[in-house]
Design a binder for this molecule. Structure first.
Ligand SMILES: NC(=O)c1ccc[n+]([C@@H]2O[C@H](COP(=O)([O-])OP(=O)(O)OC[C@H]3O[C@@H](n4cnc5c(N)ncnc54)[C@H](OP(=O)(O)O)[C@@H]3O)[C@@H](O)[C@H]2O)c1
Length: 279
């Protein structure tokens, strides 16, 4: 088993909240980290600050707005060009319900419902772009940061053109991540690459929660403990296809077990991202 200082770990959305705290912890333990954000200035100041706080010089920053599939493709290609190994991919970046009371439907750069695009589809594409690296680096792990907030996907209204509600959009994107995790784990069985997902903690003190709920319940420390446990601990090394409620293997919304729903989501995602069926 490799020590943390021998591991290369990518965390999307590591400029704030949960991703940033986990990045700081792993940097302090000596990992090579691929940080990611959507704003170059914030990304570079995060990189500088984490280097200064931890003394770790093996930190790299990648900029890509996940609301653009072209930028996601570029992100994957840049990482493949720069690194020969990747042991852990943490798909963490996300947007919540947005400001309370804002019911305006938002679209990604590709014209897709924004939360579906950023929280789920971008990570679907990024994972497949990075899969060759994860496979050759096995044992390796993929962790999708989902949520206990889940809402069944309605394939007749997936882009929420009717009855738009931002928190529903958030919750369906989080269930889509879980459905993806289950399929991916099955596809990767026997390769040494595992895929799991988790609800990190409820209403942590991060900006997405403060913006939508106005108050918080737990600390980002709780979520960071759970995420580190699922992504890196020896105890979870042989788990795959599992949804964790914090550190506890748990059951997601029933639609996650619906093979036909997962097939529809997968086919649509392959089409929307331009990946082929055997991506
Ligand atoms: N907070 C909770 O209680 C809670 C509960 C369950 C699940 N989660 C999940 O935990 C994950 C982290 O959330 P958080 O609470 O830490 O939120 P956060 O503090 O708002 O951080 C979100 C991160 O994602 C980045 N991001 C947002 N939109 C992006 C885009 N279009 N392209 C690239 N990066 C983008 C943000 O960049 P900027 O720094 O530029 O904004 C930031 O780095 C999310 O997947 C969320 O769904 C959170």
């Amino acid at each position: 088993m490799k020590s943390l200082s021998e591991k290369v770990i990518m965390i999307t959305g590591s400029t704030d909240g949960l991703g940033r705290l986990v990045a700081q912890r792993l940097a302090a333990k000596g990992a090579t980290l691929l940080l990611h954000g959507r704003r170059q200035d914030k990304g570079m100041s995060t990189l500088d600050e984490l280097c200064r706080l931890t003394g770790n010089e093996k930190l790299h920053y990648y900029n890509a707005d996940l609301s653009s599939l072209d930028e996601v493709r570029g992100l994957g290609e840049n990482i493949i060009a720069d690194h020969k190994t990747l042991h852990v991919l943490i798909n963490n970046a996300g947007i919540g319900g947005g400001p309370r009371g804002n019911s305006k439907r938002e679209l990604s750069k590709d014209g897709l419902e924004l939360r579906f695009a950023v929280n789920y589809l971008s990570h679907f594409l990024l994972t497949y772009k990075l899969l060759p690296l994860l496979r050759t680096s096995a044992p390796s792990r993929i962790v999708n940061v989902s949520s206990i907030g889940q809402y069944p996907l309605d394939f007749k209204n997936l882009m929420l053109e009717k009855k738009y509600e931002s928190f529903r959009a958030y919750r369906q994107s989080k269930l889509a991540q879980i459905m993806f995790t289950i399929d991916l784990a099955e596809e990767l069985r026997g390769t040494g690459v595992t895929a799991n997902c988790l609800h990190p903690a409820t209403l942590m003190n991060t900006k997405m929660v403060e913006e939508f709920f106005g108050s918080t319940i737990t600390s980002v420390v709780d979520g960071a403990d759970a995420l580190e446990y699922v992504a890196l601990s020896d105890e979870t090394a042989n788990y795959t296809g599992v949804y964790f409620d914090m550190k506890r293997p748990s059951k997601p919304n029933a639609q996650a077990y619906d093979e036909d729903a997962r097939r529809q989501l997968r086919e649509l995602s392959l089409r929307l991202t331009g990946l082929t069926a055997n991506a």
